[in-house]
Design a protein around this ligand. Sequence first.
Ligand code: GAL
Length: 368
Amino acid sequence: MRRIAIAVAAPTLTFALAACGALGGSGSSTDASPTKGDDLTVGLLLPETANTRYEKFDHPIIKEKVAALTRNQGKVEYANADADAGRQAGQMQRMIDNKVDVILLDAVDSHAIADMVRKAKEAGIPVIAYDRLSEGPIDAYISFDNGLVGEVQGRSLLEALGSDVDTSDKIVMINGSPTDPNAKQFKEGAISQLSGKVTIAKSYDTKDWKPENAEANMAQALASLGTDNIAAVYSANDGMASGVIKAFKAAGITDLPVITGQDAELDAVQRIVTGEQYMSVYKSYPTEAETAAQMAVAKVQGKDIQFDSLTRDRVSSPTHKNIPAQLVSVVALTRNNIKDTVIADGIYKKSDICTAKYREACEAIGLK
Ligand code: GAL
């Protein structure tokens, strides 16, 4: 609870100060040009399209917020790498050549991109890591509390198994991409809750976070463990949960075990309504994306006080320590709080979720 309060309070405070004219434009940053006005360009590099969040939320929200912060004069130059690290390096090089004023980088491969981060810095372009902590000399990091995401997933899974959970109960872990540092944090957070409580019978890292790769790994787990021996599947996100479910169905199983997820994708919320998926993790994309836009604009305009107030946390990457950061809190999304999370925040309307196919199931859980 406390973490939520902090995460939400920081941007509000910034707005308040800015509104009173308390924040000047004369920063001492070596990267940003304090004289830069509203006609700025933010380079935005997002990692993939297989999961819906990037095209549906991250990009449009950042674009809108940059416009709002710059009296419609600021632009976003956008590129999506489609899970290809080499392509992302090329996209970043183009942004450096185009002399964008700041780069928001959500890395496909947090290690491989470090050289490009260095190049941007040499060209005087600040780099803010977005969602995934990239290596190299980044100026700041904005993300969710990724360890907490994993803990929430692990705790929910145990809750769903109930009080008669036994250490011999077998679970399968379908983790995210090995090149995404978040995936490691999700996994560690989940293991911190699960270890000693259940048996992790199989664990896979999923190339590129692709649902079809998750499906193949799950099919392999089913073949080796047997179809009635799996109490739960830890799936690190919703896209992969859909692949996991396909593998169960292909093996002829309709009575699905407990399955977790993350990202509150619309399909997943519908699966939660019908009970096919137990939970997801709701991450407030507006909070993360709007804060990223505020950080980027403050950095370019040399508004150091504002920038500092947005980055009160500290994180370390494998290459750098004490990176200014903001880590936004997250909550478990189950059939009990659909209304108070995704609907309350305007992410989906009830009518988006409760289409004809889901009307009955919606009514059954009181979503009317
Ligand atoms: C993670 C991100 C998740 C999910 C996943 C798949 O880095 O934090 O929200 O989208 O990537 O792309």
